[in-house]
Design a protein around this ligand. Structure first.
Ligand SMILES: Nc1nc2c(c(=O)[nH]1)N[C@H]1C(S)=C(S)[C@@H](COP(=O)(O)OP(=O)(O)OC[C@H]3O[C@@H](n4cnc5c(N)ncnc54)[C@H](O)[C@@H]3O)O[C@H]1N2
Ligand code: MOO
Length: 392
């Protein structure tokens, strides 16, 4: 059995960015990373642009200017202003080349065809010069940039409608167990509703992974081997829940051996989630999570999430950890380090009752996990504890 620290480090060492690429329309590329530099097809702005509603002027040594016309946003005109002439102009409109400042209308007194400017003017004020943001043919965004809403807005402003991005991993979600019934059907004695797949699907969607294939397997060795084989061949990451412990009908470990999956670790000194398996076959990552739902979800957040982020972002990103003051007393049984379901609010954390890895209601109420290390046996009220903030 290895430590949590070792297990995390093994996951980090054995996952690397997927370098497969795809082309997406920019509005569907949110959260992806650019796989190529994007060069700007245009100057941005494409013309000298007014930043204010007011008057474009050709400066001279006097506060009064002769008004010679008007330019609206979208107008296609290039009037010539002589020194001492002004033209009414609006935000976003093209500033004539002969103008060398725009004065906001609040600083102008207009009378028929003459305007009077109050206060000093600096040259080029309120003009966004052509190509100020980026010049045609220059680098707009470099390879590796994450496409945030702002980045998508920026690319679209340059007229870029598609982008080459790194693919996200395709993910297999496999649940195992004869006792599992899909919600919506009646339960017979001995059966329970299958919930791990929906729980993990939702966690994956929240982390913006959408290429997910679900497989259901009964406790049958041959069927387990066949399903795992297919899932491993067709996906970049395989997440299995259940069947990884030591019972006579826990076939996942044996099936992974038959399929020559390289074991990177099996069993971590932690609670919940002790019988966690991590391995790889060729370029496919494989996690077999314990079937108990709270153990499966904890392992997903602590380990699988690192692999996912690494496959996408090139950095091993763990969930954020903060120090919080406990408002609960908690006593640990046994010596395994423990992830405790809890509620974090404004620097304080409440550790919930019902920490067994089968207790889904407790997890449903939680927004964080308090980490209690091996050498700590209890948490006192008022004690500062390490708290892992969970994604929504
Ligand atoms: N003799 C031992 N028995 C067990 C040990 C051990 O060390 N020695 N470890 C226990 C721990 S800790 C865990 S965690 C579980 C993990 O077992 P498996 O990964 O083999 O999971 P299953 O036995 O298949 O299921 C456990 C539990 O979870 C329920 N389950 C499974 N899949 C789902 C699902 N998709 N949706 C909802 N619930 C699910 C299943 O019905 C069981 O109740 O092993 C202990 N045993
Ligand atoms: O390690 Mo298990 O996950 O306690 O139920």
């Amino acid at each position: 059995m290895i430590s949590i620290k070792e297990a995390i480090s093994i996951v980090k060492q054995n996952t690397k960015p997927l370098l497969k690429t795809t082309v997406k329309t920019v509005e569907k590329a949110g959260g992806y990373l650019l796989s190529q530099d994007v060069m700007s097809p245009i100057n941005m702005p494409p013309f000298n642009q007014s930043a204010m509603d007011g008057y474009a002027v050709n400066l001279h040594n006097n506060d009064s200017y002769k008004l010679i016309g008007e330019i609206q946003a979208g107008d296609n005109m290039q009037p010539t202003l002589k020194p001492g002439e002004a033209i009414r102009i609006f935000t976003g409109a093209p500033v004539p080349n002969s103008a060398n400042a725009v004065v906001m209308q609040e600083k102008v007194k207009a009378e028929k065809n003459i305007i009077y400017i109050e206060g000093a003017i600096t040259i080029n004020q309120n003009i966004r010069p052509l190509g100020e943001q980026v010049r045609q043919g220059e680098l707009a965004l470099k390879e590796g940039t994450k496409l945030t809403p702002a980045a998508i807005g920026y690319l679209t402003s340059l007229g870029v409608s598609t982008a080459s991005v790194y693919k996200k991993p395709s993910i297999a979600l496999i649940t195992t167990g004869n006792e599992l019934v899909e919600a919506g059907n009646d339960l017979s004695y001995g059966q329970i509703y299958e919930s791990n797949s929906k729980m993990l699907l939702s966690a994956l969607y929240n982390l913006k992974f959408y290429d997910i294939n679900s497989y259901k397997v009964s406790d049958n060795y041959r069927k387990t081997v066949n399903s795992l084989k297919l899932a491993i061949t067709e996906n970049d990451l395989v997440i299995i829940t259940g069947g990884i412990s030591v019972g006579d009908y826990d076939f996942v470990g044996k099936a992974l051996k038959e399929l020559h999956v390289q074991e990177l670790f099996y069993k971590v000194k932690q609670k919940p989630g002790k019988p966690l398996f991590y391995g790889k076959k060729d370029d496919t990552q494989i996690f077999a999570l314990p079937g108990n739902p709270a153990a499966a979800l904890t392992c997903f957040y602590v380990y699988v999430n690192i692999a996912l982020q690494n496959m996408m972002n090139r950095d091993a990103i763990e969930l954020p950890r903060v120090q919080a003051k406990s408002v609960s007393h908690f006593e640990k049984k046994g010596d395994r380090p423990q992830f405790l379901k809890a509620i974090y609010t404004n620097g304080e954390v409440e550790i919930l009752e019902g920490q067994s890895s089968a207790m889904q209601q407790t997890f449903a109420l939680s927004n964080c996990l308090v980490f209690l290390d091996e050498d700590e046996q209890e948490i006192a009220i008022g004690q500062t504890v390490e708290t892992i903030i969970l994604p929504e």
